[in-house]
Design a protein around this ligand. Structure first.
Ligand code: HSE
Length: 313
Protein backbone atom coordinates (compact mmCIF):
# COMPACT_ATOMS: atom_id res chain seq x y z
CA UNK A 1 0.00 0.00 0.00
CA UNK A 2 1.38 3.50 -0.78
CA UNK A 3 2.33 5.63 2.23
CA UNK A 4 2.49 9.01 0.51
CA UNK A 5 0.85 10.27 -2.66
CA UNK A 6 0.79 13.51 -4.60
CA UNK A 7 -2.44 14.59 -6.26
CA UNK A 8 -2.76 17.16 -9.02
CA UNK A 9 -6.29 18.54 -8.75
CA UNK A 10 -7.29 20.54 -11.83
CA UNK A 11 -9.27 23.70 -12.44
CA UNK A 12 -12.60 23.33 -14.22
CA UNK A 13 -14.93 25.57 -16.16
CA UNK A 14 -18.53 24.96 -15.19
CA UNK A 15 -21.54 25.78 -17.35
CA UNK A 16 -19.66 26.54 -20.61
CA UNK A 17 -22.15 29.34 -21.16
CA UNK A 18 -25.73 28.07 -21.24
CA UNK A 19 -25.10 24.64 -19.66
CA UNK A 20 -25.83 25.90 -16.15
CA UNK A 21 -25.08 23.15 -13.62
CA UNK A 22 -25.07 20.48 -16.36
CA UNK A 23 -21.80 20.89 -18.31
CA UNK A 24 -18.23 21.28 -17.10
CA UNK A 25 -14.74 21.07 -18.59
CA UNK A 26 -11.46 20.02 -17.00
CA UNK A 27 -8.39 22.21 -17.63
CA UNK A 28 -4.68 21.44 -17.86
CA UNK A 29 -3.85 24.51 -15.76
CA UNK A 30 -4.09 25.94 -13.16
CA UNK A 31 -4.22 23.17 -10.55
CA UNK A 32 -3.83 22.48 -6.84
CA UNK A 33 -1.27 20.05 -5.51
CA UNK A 34 -2.20 17.88 -2.54
CA UNK A 35 0.26 15.78 -0.58
CA UNK A 36 -1.37 13.00 1.39
CA UNK A 37 0.10 10.59 3.88
CA UNK A 38 -1.28 7.57 5.73
CA UNK A 39 -1.60 8.00 9.48
CA UNK A 40 -2.08 5.47 12.25
CA UNK A 41 -4.77 7.56 13.90
CA UNK A 42 -8.24 7.50 12.36
CA UNK A 43 -9.73 10.46 10.51
CA UNK A 44 -8.42 13.40 8.52
CA UNK A 45 -5.87 15.99 9.56
CA UNK A 46 -5.07 19.02 7.43
CA UNK A 47 -1.52 19.83 8.32
CA UNK A 48 -1.01 22.97 6.26
CA UNK A 49 -2.44 25.00 3.40
CA UNK A 50 -0.36 27.30 1.22
CA UNK A 51 -1.37 29.68 -1.56
CA UNK A 52 -4.74 30.61 -0.04
CA UNK A 53 -3.66 33.78 1.73
CA UNK A 54 -4.71 32.19 5.04
CA UNK A 55 -8.38 32.11 4.01
CA UNK A 56 -9.09 28.38 4.14
CA UNK A 57 -9.78 26.45 7.31
CA UNK A 58 -7.46 23.75 8.59
CA UNK A 59 -10.45 22.21 10.33
CA UNK A 60 -11.28 19.16 8.20
CA UNK A 61 -15.02 19.55 8.74
CA UNK A 62 -14.87 23.10 7.32
CA UNK A 63 -12.55 22.39 4.43
CA UNK A 64 -13.78 20.84 1.16
CA UNK A 65 -10.76 18.55 0.86
CA UNK A 66 -11.21 17.45 4.48
CA UNK A 67 -14.94 16.81 4.07
CA UNK A 68 -14.38 14.81 0.87
CA UNK A 69 -11.50 12.84 2.39
CA UNK A 70 -13.57 11.96 5.50
CA UNK A 71 -16.46 10.86 3.30
CA UNK A 72 -14.13 8.66 1.24
CA UNK A 73 -12.66 7.08 4.39
CA UNK A 74 -16.20 6.21 5.55
CA UNK A 75 -17.07 4.92 2.11
CA UNK A 76 -14.08 2.57 2.30
CA UNK A 77 -14.97 1.57 5.86
CA UNK A 78 -11.55 2.61 7.17
CA UNK A 79 -11.63 3.07 10.94
CA UNK A 80 -8.14 2.00 12.01
CA UNK A 81 -6.11 4.50 9.95
CA UNK A 82 -6.42 7.99 8.55
CA UNK A 83 -4.81 10.58 6.30
CA UNK A 84 -2.83 13.75 6.73
CA UNK A 85 -3.24 16.32 3.94
CA UNK A 86 -1.15 19.29 2.89
CA UNK A 87 -2.83 21.53 0.32
CA UNK A 88 -0.96 23.80 -2.06
CA UNK A 89 -3.57 26.02 -3.70
CA UNK A 90 -2.64 26.85 -7.27
CA UNK A 91 -6.22 27.90 -7.96
CA UNK A 92 -7.47 31.33 -6.96
CA UNK A 93 -10.38 31.17 -4.49
CA UNK A 94 -13.89 32.31 -5.44
CA UNK A 95 -12.76 32.92 -8.99
CA UNK A 96 -15.00 30.63 -11.07
CA UNK A 97 -12.28 28.09 -11.75
CA UNK A 98 -13.60 25.40 -9.44
CA UNK A 99 -11.24 25.89 -6.52
CA UNK A 100 -13.49 24.16 -3.98
CA UNK A 101 -14.19 21.33 -6.42
CA UNK A 102 -10.49 20.78 -7.10
CA UNK A 103 -9.82 20.46 -3.37
CA UNK A 104 -12.80 18.16 -2.93
CA UNK A 105 -11.93 15.91 -5.87
CA UNK A 106 -8.30 15.89 -4.73
CA UNK A 107 -9.18 14.97 -1.13
CA UNK A 108 -11.33 12.05 -2.26
CA UNK A 109 -8.74 10.87 -4.79
CA UNK A 110 -5.98 11.07 -2.16
CA UNK A 111 -7.81 8.72 0.22
CA UNK A 112 -8.63 6.30 -2.56
CA UNK A 113 -5.01 6.25 -3.73
CA UNK A 114 -3.63 5.68 -0.23
CA UNK A 115 -5.85 2.61 0.18
CA UNK A 116 -4.82 1.03 -3.14
CA UNK A 117 -7.52 2.67 -5.30
CA UNK A 118 -10.44 0.28 -4.72
CA UNK A 119 -12.89 2.85 -6.12
CA UNK A 120 -13.14 3.94 -9.74
CA UNK A 121 -13.01 7.68 -10.41
CA UNK A 122 -16.72 7.94 -10.91
CA UNK A 123 -17.31 6.28 -7.53
CA UNK A 124 -15.57 9.25 -5.88
CA UNK A 125 -18.34 11.57 -7.04
CA UNK A 126 -20.37 11.36 -3.82
CA UNK A 127 -17.35 12.19 -1.67
CA UNK A 128 -16.28 15.08 -3.87
CA UNK A 129 -19.83 16.38 -4.05
CA UNK A 130 -20.11 16.32 -0.26
CA UNK A 131 -16.96 18.45 -0.07
CA UNK A 132 -18.22 20.87 -2.73
CA UNK A 133 -21.65 21.15 -1.09
CA UNK A 134 -20.05 22.14 2.21
CA UNK A 135 -18.94 25.47 0.75
CA UNK A 136 -20.54 26.25 -2.58
CA UNK A 137 -23.78 24.37 -3.08
CA UNK A 138 -24.63 20.90 -4.30
CA UNK A 139 -23.76 21.02 -7.98
CA UNK A 140 -21.49 18.55 -9.78
CA UNK A 141 -20.43 20.48 -12.87
CA UNK A 142 -16.99 21.20 -11.36
CA UNK A 143 -16.32 18.04 -9.35
CA UNK A 144 -17.34 15.67 -12.17
CA UNK A 145 -14.88 17.02 -14.77
CA UNK A 146 -12.22 17.48 -12.06
CA UNK A 147 -12.48 13.74 -11.30
CA UNK A 148 -13.06 12.38 -14.79
CA UNK A 149 -11.35 14.87 -17.10
CA UNK A 150 -12.61 16.15 -20.44
CA UNK A 151 -16.01 17.75 -20.87
CA UNK A 152 -18.76 16.09 -18.86
CA UNK A 153 -22.54 16.21 -19.14
CA UNK A 154 -23.93 16.24 -15.62
CA UNK A 155 -27.48 14.96 -15.94
CA UNK A 156 -27.90 14.65 -12.17
CA UNK A 157 -26.01 14.33 -8.93
CA UNK A 158 -25.24 10.61 -9.05
CA UNK A 159 -22.53 8.77 -10.95
CA UNK A 160 -24.99 7.07 -13.31
CA UNK A 161 -26.15 10.50 -14.53
CA UNK A 162 -22.72 11.57 -15.84
CA UNK A 163 -21.72 11.21 -19.48
CA UNK A 164 -18.57 12.28 -21.32
CA UNK A 165 -18.91 14.80 -24.13
CA UNK A 166 -16.36 15.19 -26.93
CA UNK A 167 -13.48 17.56 -26.27
CA UNK A 168 -12.84 19.56 -29.46
CA UNK A 169 -9.38 19.30 -31.01
CA UNK A 170 -7.39 22.48 -31.03
CA UNK A 171 -9.45 24.21 -28.34
CA UNK A 172 -7.39 26.80 -26.47
CA UNK A 173 -8.84 28.92 -23.65
CA UNK A 174 -7.82 32.47 -22.82
CA UNK A 175 -8.73 33.12 -19.19
CA UNK A 176 -8.76 36.37 -17.32
CA UNK A 177 -9.48 36.61 -13.61
CA UNK A 178 -10.08 40.15 -12.37
CA UNK A 179 -9.25 40.81 -8.76
CA UNK A 180 -12.75 40.63 -7.32
CA UNK A 181 -14.05 37.68 -5.33
CA UNK A 182 -17.41 36.26 -6.39
CA UNK A 183 -18.34 33.47 -3.96
CA UNK A 184 -20.50 30.89 -5.74
CA UNK A 185 -23.23 31.07 -3.09
CA UNK A 186 -23.59 34.81 -3.76
CA UNK A 187 -23.61 34.34 -7.52
CA UNK A 188 -26.34 31.73 -7.10
CA UNK A 189 -28.40 33.97 -4.85
CA UNK A 190 -28.93 36.51 -7.68
CA UNK A 191 -30.46 33.98 -10.07
CA UNK A 192 -34.14 34.08 -10.97
CA UNK A 193 -36.36 31.44 -9.38
CA UNK A 194 -38.63 31.27 -12.42
CA UNK A 195 -38.15 31.99 -16.12
CA UNK A 196 -40.70 32.68 -18.86
CA UNK A 197 -41.35 29.91 -21.36
CA UNK A 198 -39.93 32.00 -24.22
CA UNK A 199 -36.58 32.25 -22.39
CA UNK A 200 -36.64 28.57 -21.60
CA UNK A 201 -36.94 27.87 -25.34
CA UNK A 202 -33.99 30.16 -26.16
CA UNK A 203 -31.86 28.61 -23.42
CA UNK A 204 -32.69 25.08 -24.54
CA UNK A 205 -31.66 26.02 -28.08
CA UNK A 206 -28.40 27.45 -26.77
CA UNK A 207 -27.61 24.23 -24.88
CA UNK A 208 -28.46 22.16 -27.96
CA UNK A 209 -26.12 24.34 -30.01
CA UNK A 210 -23.38 23.87 -27.42
CA UNK A 211 -23.65 20.08 -27.45
CA UNK A 212 -23.92 19.97 -31.25
CA UNK A 213 -20.79 22.16 -31.58
CA UNK A 214 -18.85 19.77 -29.32
CA UNK A 215 -19.91 16.74 -31.36
CA UNK A 216 -19.06 18.49 -34.64
CA UNK A 217 -15.72 19.85 -33.37
CA UNK A 218 -16.90 23.28 -34.48
CA UNK A 219 -15.07 25.92 -32.43
CA UNK A 220 -16.85 28.80 -34.12
CA UNK A 221 -20.27 27.41 -33.20
CA UNK A 222 -18.95 26.64 -29.71
CA UNK A 223 -17.97 30.30 -29.32
CA UNK A 224 -21.45 31.41 -30.41
CA UNK A 225 -23.10 28.90 -28.09
CA UNK A 226 -21.18 29.98 -24.99
CA UNK A 227 -22.41 33.54 -25.54
CA UNK A 228 -26.03 32.48 -25.96
CA UNK A 229 -26.94 32.03 -22.28
CA UNK A 230 -30.02 34.24 -21.89
CA UNK A 231 -30.86 33.44 -18.25
CA UNK A 232 -27.83 33.06 -16.00
CA UNK A 233 -25.42 35.54 -17.58
CA UNK A 234 -27.85 38.50 -17.61
CA UNK A 235 -28.60 37.91 -13.92
CA UNK A 236 -24.90 37.76 -13.00
CA UNK A 237 -23.42 40.29 -15.40
CA UNK A 238 -23.24 43.05 -12.78
CA UNK A 239 -20.89 40.86 -10.72
CA UNK A 240 -18.42 40.48 -13.60
CA UNK A 241 -16.48 43.68 -14.18
CA UNK A 242 -15.52 44.18 -17.82
CA UNK A 243 -17.52 41.30 -19.28
CA UNK A 244 -18.96 43.09 -22.29
CA UNK A 245 -15.75 45.00 -23.07
CA UNK A 246 -13.69 41.81 -22.77
CA UNK A 247 -16.10 39.97 -25.05
CA UNK A 248 -15.86 42.64 -27.71
CA UNK A 249 -12.05 42.90 -27.50
CA UNK A 250 -11.66 39.11 -27.55
CA UNK A 251 -13.78 38.83 -30.67
CA UNK A 252 -11.85 41.62 -32.38
CA UNK A 253 -8.66 39.68 -31.66
CA UNK A 254 -9.87 36.39 -33.08
CA UNK A 255 -11.71 34.61 -30.25
CA UNK A 256 -14.93 32.81 -31.21
CA UNK A 257 -16.75 33.79 -28.03
CA UNK A 258 -16.38 34.67 -24.36
CA UNK A 259 -18.34 33.48 -21.36
CA UNK A 260 -18.28 33.56 -17.58
CA UNK A 261 -16.31 30.63 -16.19
CA UNK A 262 -18.53 28.94 -13.62
CA UNK A 263 -19.96 31.55 -11.27
CA UNK A 264 -17.22 34.05 -12.24
CA UNK A 265 -15.51 36.46 -12.17
CA UNK A 266 -13.06 34.60 -14.46
CA UNK A 267 -13.95 35.08 -18.11
CA UNK A 268 -13.09 32.44 -20.67
CA UNK A 269 -12.59 33.05 -24.40
CA UNK A 270 -12.80 30.23 -26.93
CA UNK A 271 -9.75 30.30 -29.24
CA UNK A 272 -8.29 28.03 -31.88
CA UNK A 273 -4.59 28.58 -31.15
CA UNK A 274 -2.18 29.78 -28.51
CA UNK A 275 -1.31 32.74 -30.76
CA UNK A 276 -4.94 33.88 -30.84
CA UNK A 277 -5.29 33.34 -27.10
CA UNK A 278 -2.17 35.45 -26.55
CA UNK A 279 -3.64 38.30 -28.64
CA UNK A 280 -6.87 38.06 -26.61
CA UNK A 281 -4.99 38.11 -23.31
CA UNK A 282 -2.97 41.16 -24.40
CA UNK A 283 -6.20 42.98 -25.30
CA UNK A 284 -8.12 42.15 -22.14
CA UNK A 285 -5.16 43.03 -19.92
CA UNK A 286 -5.42 46.58 -21.32
CA UNK A 287 -9.11 46.73 -20.47
CA UNK A 288 -8.55 45.87 -16.82
CA UNK A 289 -5.54 48.19 -16.62
CA UNK A 290 -7.81 51.03 -17.84
CA UNK A 291 -10.39 50.04 -15.20
CA UNK A 292 -7.68 50.14 -12.53
CA UNK A 293 -8.33 46.52 -11.65
CA UNK A 294 -5.64 43.88 -11.25
CA UNK A 295 -6.26 40.82 -13.37
CA UNK A 296 -4.44 37.53 -13.83
CA UNK A 297 -4.40 36.08 -17.33
CA UNK A 298 -3.81 32.48 -18.32
CA UNK A 299 -3.74 30.42 -21.49
CA UNK A 300 -4.74 26.81 -21.07
CA UNK A 301 -6.33 23.81 -22.80
CA UNK A 302 -8.85 21.17 -21.82
CA UNK A 303 -7.39 18.21 -19.96
CA UNK A 304 -8.80 14.81 -20.77
CA UNK A 305 -7.24 13.29 -17.69
CA UNK A 306 -8.83 14.83 -14.60
CA UNK A 307 -7.24 14.48 -11.20
CA UNK A 308 -3.74 12.93 -11.38
CA UNK A 309 -2.27 10.60 -8.78
CA UNK A 310 1.42 9.98 -8.22
CA UNK A 311 2.68 7.55 -5.61
CA UNK A 312 5.64 9.11 -3.78
CA UNK A 313 6.48 6.30 -1.34
N1 HSE B 1 -22.87 25.83 -12.05
C1 HSE B 1 -22.33 26.55 -10.94
C2 HSE B 1 -22.81 27.98 -10.99
C3 HSE B 1 -20.85 26.49 -11.01
O1 HSE B 1 -22.72 28.59 -12.06
O2 HSE B 1 -23.30 28.49 -9.98
C4 HSE B 1 -20.14 27.20 -9.93
O3 HSE B 1 -18.74 27.00 -10.10
Amino acid sequence: MPRRVEIIAPATIANLGPGFDIVGMCLEEPFDTIHAELTESAGVVIEAITGDGGKLSLDPVKNTAGVAASYALNQLGITNAGVKLTLHKGLPLASGLGSSAASAAGGAAAVNALFNSPLRRVQLLDAALEGEASVSGRHADNVAPALLGGIVFVGGLTADKLAPLPTPNGLVLALVTPDVAVPTVEARAVLPKQVPLSEMVKQTAAVAKLISALYRNDLEALGQAVEADCIIEPARRHLMPGLLEVREAARARGAFGTTISGAGPTLCSICDSVATAQRVIDGVALIYARMGLNAVTRITRPSIEGVKVKVIE
